[in-house]
Ligand binder design. Structure first.
Ligand code: CO
Ligand code: ZN
Length: 347
């Protein structure tokens, strides 16, 4: 299957933190044909193993399967759902969104209700309505009716967004953070034929709520090198200054030098830069971003694991819909493959 089709399936699936089941099954299904063994650990991480030569270094690739979303907190007498946030979501983008409540009885569509401008007071219109003042309307007329539809406290809520191709080389959809990384890992496993090092292709859980899955997966795998494949903020849009977000779409994968939780190991950074330059893969260097990735936790495993990050520049992340260039996605795959082939020369 082409990478764009893999990304489409992954993007349309639900994977709000802690409820990654749909993405997990897809990840297992896709990885199965390209690795020697697919396991799931006790925490829910998926680990595909591609065996290399004896005593060759172990590399862990990590892409998180979860996405930011919402969770049902209370159901009002009148049948409206109040919610909490799972991961970092800007309150301003919630209003008026179409969502899906994932219940035991199946998906229930709903909308995040908004007060029409006609009945808003002047000062109300200028104010941000915070998430705790918002509600989801699933069309139920009472708490009992909502419960009959299957809705329970603790059900997760995802954005209702369909994957679409747009422009010459781009796609839009939800949860590219980090289904893009998952797709890159799957495609890299497909393209890697013979490997010298043993590769652990890991789909991690609960990244958006504190890098939790990667923490335990890395302990289990205990790799010699860790590489997180994630997305980063593409800041090439009106109103964003270069100094705030210098990474651009269509300029190749971004390599983290340092972020909020990781200083990329110098040997890993050198290896990644050389892999890019020798193979004429465009790349960008990034530093100073306020977020972090699974690599932060992998690097702190046991007595330390040299780690780095390859990111796909993505616009509008942590919102109901984001955008990336397929060229950047493919270049990220090429760089991942080139890096894996280089690792035995470095570690
Ligand atoms: Co994220
Ligand atoms: Zn991410």
């Amino acid at each position: 299957m082409a990478i764009v089709d893999v990304l489409e399936k992954l993007s349309n699936a639900c994977g709000v933190s802690g409820r990654e089941d749909e993405v997990r099954s897809l990840m297992k299904k896709f990885l199965k044909s390209y690795v020697d063994e697919v396991k799931e650990d006790k925490f829910g991480n998926v680990i595909g193993v591609k065996k290399g030569k004896k005593n060759a270094p172990k590399v862990m690739l990590a892409a998180h399967m979860d996405e930011v979303g919402l969770i049902v907190k209370t159901i009002s007498k009148e049948g409206f759902l109040q919610f909490a946030k799972m991961g970092g979501i800007d309150d301003r983008i919630l209003l008026g969104q179409k969502v899906i409540v994932y219940t035991d009885k199946g998906p229930v569509p709903g909308i995040i209700g908004a007060k029409p401008p006609h009945i808003q007071k002047e000062e109300e219109r200028k104010k941000v309505i915070t998430y705790d003042a918002l509600f989801i309307d699933v069309g139920a007329k009472s708490r009992e009716e909502a419960k009959k539809m299957g809705v329970r406290v603790g059900d997760v809520i995802g954005f209702d967004t369909k994957f679409t191709r747009i422009g010459k080389d781009s796609v839009i959809g939800k949860a590219f953070d980090d289904r893009a990384g998952c797709a890159v890992i799957i495609e890299a496993m497909k393209q890697l034929k013979k490997v010298e090092c043993t590769v652990y292709a890991v789909g991690t859980v609960q990244e958006e709520v504190g890098l939790r899955g990667a923490t335990v997966a890395a302990f289990g795998v205990y790799p010699d090198v860790g590489i997180a494949i994630d997305v980063t903020v593409a800041g090439d849009v009106p109103g964003v200054k270069e100094v705030e977000a210098p990474i651009k779409m269509r300029k190749g994968p971004s390599l983290t030098v340092a972020d909020y939780g990781l200083i990329t190991h110098p040997k890993v950074l050198k290896m990644l830069v050389e892999a890019a330059e020798e193979n004429k893969i465009p790349y960008q260097l990034e530093t100073g971003l306020a977020g972090t990735t699974d690599a932060a936790r992998i690097s702190l495993t046991r007595e330390g694991v040299p780690s780095g990050v390859i990111s796909v520049p993505t616009r509008y992340i942590h919102s109901p819909i984001s955008m990336l260039s397929l060229k950047d996605l493919e270049d990220s795959v090429r760089l991942t493959v080139a890096a894996i082939e280089k690792i035995p020369r470095y570690f």
